[in-house]
Design a protein around this ligand. Structure first.
Ligand code: XMP
Length: 326
């Protein structure tokens, strides 16, 4: 257990020594690991770092704006914000299979990032937010989704084609240490302690074919759910339900059901709420959220998001269900 201010200055010195006057690029996703890596490297080398933030159109409500506000506005980090949403959504037309969607999103991500990186001709290093558990996981050779996770996050193949050296300043750290480092570097606690979000984003939270219309509805429903979780404190533990859950989100079901509004009948989409508690994400229990919280989230979504007339709560544990629906 090391002393954080000392760790920060040592890590900063190590990065400076390693890269010298070279320029570095980093793919910023807004997730904890790449955010902490960006903050640390920026502290070490300032404008020698350029971050590339790819918006694939499958992010949550205001997520792109938040990343830009935190890094570009508040910290003065150089960021290229690439809005590639039309490109991604275009490639996903007609694709229903979850693994096919993952592959397309992962491949497109590498392509967009590579194109941006290629424009930064003076860059010599590719920085990544690889943490210790990623190092073990890659060595262990997992299959299935883990492979998809890797292929999306590790921007595979980039160092070879771009001739960049790898800079991975978080390689020795566990997740809780990365979080402490993030706090020490001044990142907002809400960013450092946020739930994990899959690389393919809403692409695997819209069942079947992804459409912009669905993504827009889902973003609004999900934001309401997260806002209420953050705003509701459990009286026993004095913690918010956001902090009491490990992951929570809304899932879009492209199924229409009948509802009634005023004098009329509606025929609209369904949203499922998912909230789990877990320590390792390998097994998970569905969270026993208070009924009052579920009631408020449900009525807000149905009243505020026109196009959704039914909200259901997922009461399945992992295994045999997975955390995500795809
Ligand atoms: P499942 O659904 O398999 O999820 O129980 C376990 C954890 O992995 C995350 N997950 C992903 N993360 N790319 C990612 O970066 C993916 O394709 C992916 N699929 C699942 C999921 O959100 C949960 O935290």
């Amino acid at each position: 257990d090391w002393n954080m201010p000392d760790y920060v200055s040592e890590a900063v010195a190590r990065i400076r020594e390693q890269v010298g006057d070279d320029e570095v690029i980093l793919g910023l996703s807004g997730g904890v690991d790449s955010s902490v890596a960006a903050a640390l490297i920026h502290k070490a080398i300032g404008d020698q770092l350029t971050c590339v933030f790819v918006d694939h159109g499958l992010l949550r409500l205001n997520e792109g704006e938040q990343v830009m506000a935190t890094f570009a506005d508040a910290m003065g980090v150089r960021i290229i914000h690439v809005d590639a949403s039309e490109q991604f959504l275009g490639k996903l037309v007609g694709v229903e299979d979850p693994e096919a969607k993952r592959k397309i999103i992962g491949r497109e991500f590498v392509e967009v990032f590579q194109a941006e990186a290629g424009k930064l001709k003076s860059a010599r290093w590719l920085a990544q937010g690889t943490i210790y558990p990623d190092v073990i996981e890659s060595a262990g050779g997992k299959t299935g989704k883990a492979v998809a996770i890797k292929s999306h996050h590790n921007v595979g193949g980039l160092p070879d084609t771009l001739n960049l050296k790898l800079l991975e300043p978080l390689r020795e750290l566990f997740k809780d240490e990365v979080r402490k480092l993030g706090i020490a570097l001044g990142l907002p606690p809400a960013m450092v302690y946020r739930h994990p979000f899959p690389g393919p984003g809403l692409g695997v939270r819209i069942l079947g074919e992804v459409k912009k219309e669905y993504a827009d509805l889902l973003r609004r429903a999900d934001a309401i759910f997260i806002e209420e979780l953050r705003g509701t404190v459990d009286t026993v533990s004095q913690q918010t339900w956001y902090d009491l859950t490990s992951q929570a989100f809304a899932v879009f079901l492209p199924v229409k059901s009948v509802g009634v509004m005023g004098d009329g009948r509606t025929y609209d989409y369904v949203v499922a709420l998912r909230a789990v508690q877990t320590s390792d994400f390998m097994t998970a229990d569905w969270a026993q959220l208070p009924y009052a919280l579920l009631a408020k989230v449900s009525s807000r979504i149905i009243n505020e998001v026109r196009g959704i007339n039914r909200v259901v709560y997922d009461v399945s544990s992992k295994p045999p269900a997975t955390i995500e629906w795809e």
